[in-house]
Design a protein. Structure first.
Length: 152
């Protein structure tokens, strides 16, 4: 499976090495690693908690990975997304796309991240240093980024 949803930290460099080891057909590799920011809405963030329903999340991420493979000329894809309580600076998501040429790898990575930011079935709660908490809604800018893929 090239989609993993896990609580444990991941090593982006080791994941890239494992995915590309022995491959001579790859001409372009694009990686995106997302980290938890230390601030949200101008306030110091203490933690970000991601909740999900495992069967639903894994099925939906596998579906979008399949769509990326169908849309773009990819040789391989890896998506790793964490859940649970994360702290500022923690790695939260990894997307790696492999293709014979860079254009497909770039476009697929961007497509996958636009989807993950707006429609992946995770519920996010931010806890702030001042003791307040809030659930995170999808941002208009994330929805707009995803909308451009619908017209293609």
């Amino acid at each position: 499976m090239t989609v993993r949803v896990q609580r444990e930290p991941f090593d982006a460099a080791a994941e890239l090495q494992a995915l590309t080891a022995g491959r001579t057909d790859v001409g372009g590799v694009v990686t995106f690693t997302g980290l938890v920011r230390g601030e949200a809405e101008g306030k110091a963030l203490q933690s970000l908690t991601l909740e999900h329903y495992p069967d639903m999340t894994e099925a939906e991420l596998a579906r979008i990975e399949t769509e990326a493979r169908e849309r773009f000329d990819l040789l391989d894809v890896l998506v790793v997304h964490r859940y649970g309580e994360l702290r500022p600076g923690d790695l939260i998501v990894l997307v790696i796309t492999l293709s014979a040429h860079r254009q497909a790898a770039f476009a697929a990575a961007e497509f996958l991240m636009d989807y993950l930011k707006s429609h992946a079935p995770f519920w996010k709660k931010e806890a702030f240093a001042d003791g307040s908490e809030t659930w995170v809604d999808a941002r208009v800018t994330d929805e707009a980024a995803l909308a451009r893929w619908r017209s293609r």
